[in-house]
Design a protein around this ligand. Structure first.
Ligand code: AGP
Length: 611
């Protein structure tokens, strides 16, 4: 979850590195640093944000090569000495690193025995000294020393290394953490993703796990770390443009991304379904269609919001495709010795495509013979390349740490998958498919009509801003929405919030209800409506303050609730795509009122690439 940048070319490196780090801050931000090379290596680093680093650096020395890093601590607390870049003991080498070196203690002990001393608690400083030790021992150039060292380490890494003695050269490598090389005009870039250098070049190489690259003025050489064999790397031409990254006039990335949902859902559906017949056509599904149609069970794995999308997927696939589904937290699944067979299809959901627990769970499922399908939002991400097949969510970059448009895009892909399997297995009639497809086509416009309620939702958020707790209730397809609404509120406003199946409330949580506790009940028109009316009555009978998300023109829930947010009617199976949106806006406005850092909430990172 750290961010790495690098530059080698003819322009001044420092401004390019700082700009890149700012675009990566969402990946983790408790400290930042740069190393600049202009005949000698200068390191500037400190605890805090990139802006704090800029203050520390002041007038930067000019240099045409450098590396930079934003950190989300895994080894050693956030402080100046633990910030990256780290230099070797002699000062000859300097390195930035994203990941965890699991055997760093043993290596540190070996180096201690050779007289090495350390200034930090980090695994990174151990690795850069290990590279120096090997280079001195073997008398080899930097790239070979890096390669030999990496063949000894256990763990995950994305690194960029410079040497005082080998100017004009940068060595990078990756295993388990992402790294992208940008190919400019006589200049080269490195980034944890492509956003740091997007306005300079859109030609990129995604390093694969176990690959390294040597960047020099002569070009980029990609090799295998293990064998040192050259790799004929694929050059991708990115379609992202910079303003899709910037805030586009919104106060926060999160608000921009909430408002992008009509577009992100249209983009996710585009070209994948005949909106008249409901016939789904997705290359990723065709690639595993035999396994999918023959599957005895579908396992859905993910973390956080992606896990909530998976829960909606369970309702969709069982309801529409009549196939047994189990949804698992990836972090639990990977360690509980689950029963997995070749008859299982695993759907791995991840916005970033880099979540360590999800990636590890995928590898375990593949080893057990399951077919694994990825639903990711980042092209070329590790999960996207690890799975047998997959579908991108086409939601565009999601910069806000709290996931919004990725969630509704994930649910959209899962809806398409349920239609594909249900139709192909004969559980869904052509008419039912067409009906769902045509309703799906109206969802973006219906979301637009709800976004128009933003000012009203902002007013309602005032009532919640001083709460210390909140309870979100939902049933059926909207039980996962209640969980997701609670996660949104707690992760950006720091109010403790719980999501619960509405009928479960009487088995415990009802004891929590008093005048202080806001209760948000997701009660759209649909199969569970009458039951939800009873649930609202139960809460009101205990003097709970109820905000209901309900259908346009509703009267029963409206009469019982203290406040309502009306959403357009839709089919039960598509309702999460609508009911989620007011909960995202509500949480956003509560967090802003509480003065929280909405895009970069405390303690959180956008992509949890370590356990
Ligand atoms: C959601 O708002 C959080 N940012 C977090 O729970 C996130 O969904 C989780 O870390 C999974 O991330 P992924 O989708 O990138 O795998």
């Amino acid at each position: 979850m750290c961010g790495i940048v690098g530059y080698l070319g003819t322009r001044d490196a420092y401004p390019l590195l700082v700009q890149g780090l700012k675009r990566l801050e969402y990946r983790g931000y408790d400290s930042a640093g740069v190393a600049l090379f202009n005949g000698h290596l200068e390191i500037f680093k400190c605890k805090g944000k990139v802006a704090d680093l800029e203050t520390r650096v002041g007038q930067a020395p000019s240099a045409t090569m450098g590396i930079g890093h934003t950190r989300w601590a895994t080894h050693g607390e956030p402080n100046d000495p633990n910030s990256h870049p780290h230099a070797s003991m002699s000062g000859r080498l300097v390195m930035v690193h994203n990941g965890i070196i699991e055997n760093f203690a043993a290596i540190k002990e070996l180096l201690h025995g050779k007289g090495y001393t350390f200034k930090s608690d980090t695994d990174t400083e151990v690795l850069v000294n290990f590279i120096e030790y090997i280079q001195d021992l073997e008398g080899v150039p930097l790239d070979q020393a890096v390669r030999m060292a990496l063949n000894e380490v256990i763990g995950a890494y994305a690194i960029a290394v410079l040497s005082k003695d080998e100017s004009g050269q940068m060595v990078v490598a990756r295993l388990g953490s992402p790294l992208v090389v940008g190919l400019g005009n006589n200049e080269y870039f490195v980034g944890s993703d492509a956003t740091p250098f997007l306005d300079s070049t859109k030609k990129v190489i995604y390093l694969e796990d176990g690959e390294m690259a040597v960047l020099s003025r002569r070009g980029v050489q990609v090799r295998e770390v293990a064998s040192d064999m050259p790799v004929d790397a694929t050059i991708h031409q990115l379609k992202l443009d910079l303003d899709s990254i910037e805030k586009g006039g919104y106060e926060h990335f999160m608000l921009k991304e909430i408002f992008e949902q009509p577009k992100s859902i249209r983009d996710t559906v585009r070209g994948r379904i005949d909106l008249k017949t409901g016939v789904v056509k997705m290359a990723g599904l065709d690639a595993i269609s035999e396994a999918l149609l023959d599957a005895q069970r579908i396992l859905i794995i993910g973390c956080g919001t992606s896990w909530h999308a998976g829960l909606v997927g369970e309702y969709l696939l069982e309801d529409l495709a009549r196939i047994p589904v189990e949804v698992e937290y990836a972090s639990e699944f990977r360690y509980r010795n689950p029963v997995i067979t070749s008859k299982d299809v695993v759907i791995a959901i991840s916005q970033s495509g880099e979540t360590a627990d999800t990636l590890a769970a995928i590898k375990m499922a593949k080893q057990a013979g399951a077919t694994v399908f990825g639903v990711c939002n980042v092209v070329g991400s590790s999960i996207a390349r690890e799975t047998h097949a997959g579908a991108y969510t086409h939601a565009g970059p999601e910069i806000g740490v709290a996931s919004t448009k990725a969630f509704t895009a994930q649910v959209t892909v899962l809806t398409l998958m349920a239609l594909y399997v249900g139709r192909t297995k004969g559980h869904l009639s052509a008419e039912r498919c067409a009906q769902i497809a045509q309703e799906l086509d109206t969802i973006p416009a219906k979301i637009e009509s709800m976004l128009a309620l933003d000012a009203r939702i902002k007013k309602l958020s005032v009532d919640m801003a001083d709460s210390t707790n909140a309870l979100f209730l939902g049933r059926g397809y909207n039980f996962p929405v209640a969980l997701e609404g609670a996660l949104k509120l707690k992760e950006i406003s720091y109010i403790h919030a719980e999501g619960y199946p509405a009928a479960e409330m009487k088995h415990g949580p009802i004891a929590l209800i008093d005048e202080q506790m806001p209760i948000i009940i997701v009660a759209p028109k649909g199969d569970m409506y009458e039951k939800l009316v009873s649930n609202v009555q139960e809460v009101k009978a205990r003097k709970g303050h109820v905000l209901s998300i309900t259908g346009e023109g509703d009267t029963e829930v409206r009469a019982l609730s203290d406040a309502i947010i009306e959403i357009p009617d839709t089919l039960d199976c598509l309702s999460p795509l609508l009911t989620t949106v007011p909960l995202q806006l509500l949480s956003y406005h509560v967090a802003v009122l509480r003065g929280c850092n909405v895009d970069q909430p405390r303690n959180l990172a956008k992509s949890v690439t370590v356990e």
